[in-house]
Design a protein around this ligand. Structure first.
Ligand SMILES: Nc1ncnc2c1ncn2[C@@H]1O[C@H](COP(=O)(O)OP(=O)(O)OP(=O)(O)O)[C@@H](O)[C@H]1O
Ligand code: SF4
Ligand SMILES: [Mg+2]
Length: 353
C-alpha cells in the first residue's frame, strides 16, 4: 500500500501542473494552406500558416496589405469567399477541428466560441434590423434564450460596450448610429454569447483617432475582466506593442516570424519583420525620412519559387534563399522562416531603403 502511495506522490511531483504544459491552446492553426480554385487558380495563396492563441492571450497578425491576414481570419471563421478552399492543415478551437466539424459545427463555433469584429461594421450589421434584435438573435440561436430574455441581455451588452442610454438605443437601426457606436454594437454582438476569443480584423481603421483609442480600451477591458482572448489583425505596430502579448508576422501568404511582442520589437529575427519595424516613425519630427521596404508584395500567383521575400530582401542572393523556406523554431517560443536567420546569421540588420 505504501508503495502505491509513494508512486502516486512521485508521479504528482514529476508532473507539470501548469495549464500551459497540459492544456490545448484555445486556437491552434496548423499548416493552414488555402488555394484559389477556378479559372485563375492559385494553389498555395496562403501556405503553411501555423500559430496558436492561448486563453486570455492577445495575438497580433501583422504584415503589409495583401499578405493574407484577412484570408487567414476568414478561414478560422469558416467564411472564405467563394472559390477559396482550405487544401491542407488544421484549425482547432478548444481542441475541435473546425475543418471536419461540418457546416453546423462551424456555425456553432462561430458566434458561440469565436466572436468576430470587422473593419466596417456596416458590412456585418443588418441595416433592416434593430441593433437589439441583432444582438438578441445570437443568444436565441446559440443559447436558446427567449426573445424577451435575449433582449434584456442585449440592453446589458450595449451598456457594457459603452453605449449611453442603451435601453433606448436597443431599438435603433444601424444607420441611426455613428461609426464608433456601430463598432460598439459589432463588439456587443461579438461577445453576445460569452465567446472565448474575439477575432478583430482592423477593428479601428475606419474610426477617428479618439474613437480608435476608446474601442481598443474596450477590447482591453474585455480581456482583463472577462478573460476573452483576442486575435487582432492590424497595421498599427503602436497598437501591437501596447495591446498584444505575441506577434505573428505574415508575408505573401506565409508566416515569416512568430515571437513574443517584447522580443520581436527588441530584436526582430526576419529581414521582413525588421523592415516593417523600421518603417514605423520613432520620432515625432515630421521631417524624418522613414525607410521604406523596396518593391511590393508579389501578386498571388507571382510568388518566387524560393524564399517569397527574396526579391525585396537585401540579404538575398545566397543559395539557401533560392529554396522554399520552412519555419524553424528558435530559442523560446520564437520561430522564423529564413534559412540564414535559422543558421544564426545576423540578417535582420537595418539595410533596406
Ligand atoms: N476575393 C478575392 N479574390 C481573389 N483574390 C483575393 C480576394 N481577396 C483577397 N485576395 C488575394 O488574397 C491574398 C490575401 O489577401 P488578404 O485580403 O488576406 O490580405 P490582407 O493581409 O488582409 O491585406 P489588407 O491589409 O489589405 O487587408 C492577396 O493576394 C489578395 O490579392
Ligand atoms: S531566406 Fe534569404 S531572401 Fe529570404 S528572408 Fe532570409 S535572407 Fe532574405
Ligand atoms: Mg485584410
Amino acid at each position: 500500500m505504501d508503495n502505491v502511495v509513494d508512486a502516486r506522490i512521485e508521479s504528482l511531483m514529476n508532473s507539470d501542473p501548469s495549464p500551459a504544459a497540459t492544456a490545448e491552446p484555445l486556437l491552434a492553426v496548423e499548416g493552414l494552406t488555402i488555394d484559389l480554385t477556378g479559372d485563375v487558380a492559385q494553389p498555395g495563396l496562403i501556405s503553411d500558416v501555423s500559430f496558436t492563441v492561448a486563453r486570455g492571450e492577445s495575438v497580433a497578425l501583422i504584415g503589409e496589405s495583401g499578405c493574407g491576414k484577412t484570408m487567414t481570419a476568414m478561414a478560422i471563421l469558416g467564411l472564405l469567399p467563394r472559390g477559396f478552399v482550405v487544401s491542407a492543415g488544421q484549425i482547432r478551437v478548444e481542441g475541435r477541428d473546425l475543418l471536419t466539424s461540418g457546416r453546423r459545427g462551424l456555425r456553432e463555433t462561430r458566434g458561440r466560441t469565436i466572436g468576430a469584429v470587422f473593419q466596417e461594421p456596416m458590412s456585418s450589421l443588418n441595416p433592416t434590423m434593430r441593433v437589439g434584435d441583432q444582438i438578441a438573435e445570437a443568444r436565441r440561436l446559440h443559447l436558446g434564450e427567449s426573445r424577451r430574455t435575449a433582449l434584456v441581455r442585449a440592453v446589458e451588452l450595449l451598456d457594457r460596450v459603452g453605449i449611453a442610454d442603451a435601453g433606448r438605443r436597443v431599438r435603433s437601426y444601424p444607420h441611426e448610429l455613428s461609426g464608433g457606436m456601430q463598432q460598439r454594437v459589432m463588439i456587443a454582438s461579438a461577445i453576445a454569447c460569452d465567446p472565448s476569443i474575439v477575432l478583430a480584423d482592423e477593428p479601428t481603421t475606419a474610426l477617428d483617432v479618439t474613437i480608435q483609442a476608446e474601442i481598443l480600451e474596450l477590447l482591453r477591458e474585455l480581456r482583463t475582466e472577462q478573460g476573452i482572448a483576442v486575435l487582432l489583425v492590424t497595421h498599427d505596430l503602436g497598437v501591437v506593442a501596447d495591446f498584444c502579448d505575441r506577434v505573428v508576422a505574415m508575408y505573401a501568404g506565409t508566416v515569416v516570424e512568430r515571437a513574443g511582442v517584447d522580443e520581436l520589437f527588441a530584436s526582430p529575427a526576419h529581414p521582413y519583420t525588421r523592415a516593417l519595424l523600421d518603417a514605423v516613425p520613432q520620432t515625432s519630427d515630421p521631417r524624418t525620412i522613414l525607410p521604406i521596404i523596396r518593391g511590393r508584395v508579389p501578386a498571388a500567383g507571382a510568388f518566387p519559387t524560393g524564399c517569397r521575400f527574396e526579391p525585396r530582401c537585401v540579404h538575398g542572393g545566397d543559395e539557401r534563399c533560392h529554396a522554399p523556406q520552412r519555419e524553424t523554431s528558435m530559442v523560446g517560443r520564437r520561430s522564423v522562416r529564413c534559412a540564414r536567420a535559422a543558421d544564426g546569421e545576423s540578417v535582420a540588420v537595418p539595410a533596406v531603403v
